[in-house]
Ligand binder design. Structure first.
Ligand SMILES: CC(C)(COP(=O)(O)OP(=O)(O)OC[C@H]1O[C@@H](n2cnc3c(N)ncnc32)[C@H](O)[C@@H]1OP(=O)(O)O)[C@@H](O)C(=O)NCCC(=O)NCCS
Length: 145
């Protein structure tokens, strides 16, 4: 069993560790505190036996739009519905903030994540060439709420 809740200050360090282990991008650790302080409503964690096994960070980009910036589930806990639960919670929260459209970027090589987002109703709306530092392309994906 796992639990989804909003991030709390003590979660930040384990979230940074999980991001480092599971995401190819190298983020400045201070950015996690920044998102916590600027828009905690869009920052969720998943816990299994009091350990953080996943997180999602999203922001509002305008009055009615939001963007998912990071979503990650620990290797050992994937394919158990945790990513879906984080995403559903975020989308529900955004609806309460009058958001009508959510978008995100995902590496074109990240077939698992693309399948995951499609399953949740996201559509591809184009390719962003050399979007990542290593020259990889991104799909821009979006969903209407
Ligand atoms: C993408 C990610 C968050 C999915 O989390 P998860 O907890 O494994 O997802 P769920 O268990 O809720 O998956 C729901 C559905 O998404 C799809 N899906 C998830 N991972 C998939 C994969 N690797 N390949 C194909 N489909 C996948 C499946 O349809 C799955 O349903 P099923 O288990 O009934 O087949 C996770 O794989 C992850 O952390 N990946 C590394 C980081 C990353 O790529 N983040 C996204 C970048 S923006």
């Amino acid at each position: 069993m796992f639990k989804i809740r909003h991030v709390e200050p003590n979660d930040i360090y384990p979230v940074i560790t999980l991001a480092f282990e599971t995401l190819p991008e190298r983020y400045n650790p201070s950015i996690f505190n920044h998102f916590y302080e600027s828009f905690p409503e869009g920052f969720f964690v998943a816990l299994h036996q009091n350990t953080i096994v996943g997180f999602l960070i999203g922001i509002k980009t305008a009055q009615t739009t939001a963007r998912i910036l990071m979503l990650s589930v620990d290797d050992k806990h994937r394919k158990q519905g945790i990513g879906s639960a984080l995403l559903r919670q975020f989308l529900m929260e955004m609806k309460q903030h009058y958001v009508t459209e959510v978008d995100l970027e995902v590496r074109t090589s990240n077939h698992g994540a693309v399948a995951f987002y499609k399953k949740h109703g996201f559509c591809q709306r184009g390719i962003l060439h050399q979007f990542y530092q290593n020259g990889e392309h991104a799909y821009s994906m979006w969903k209407e709420l």
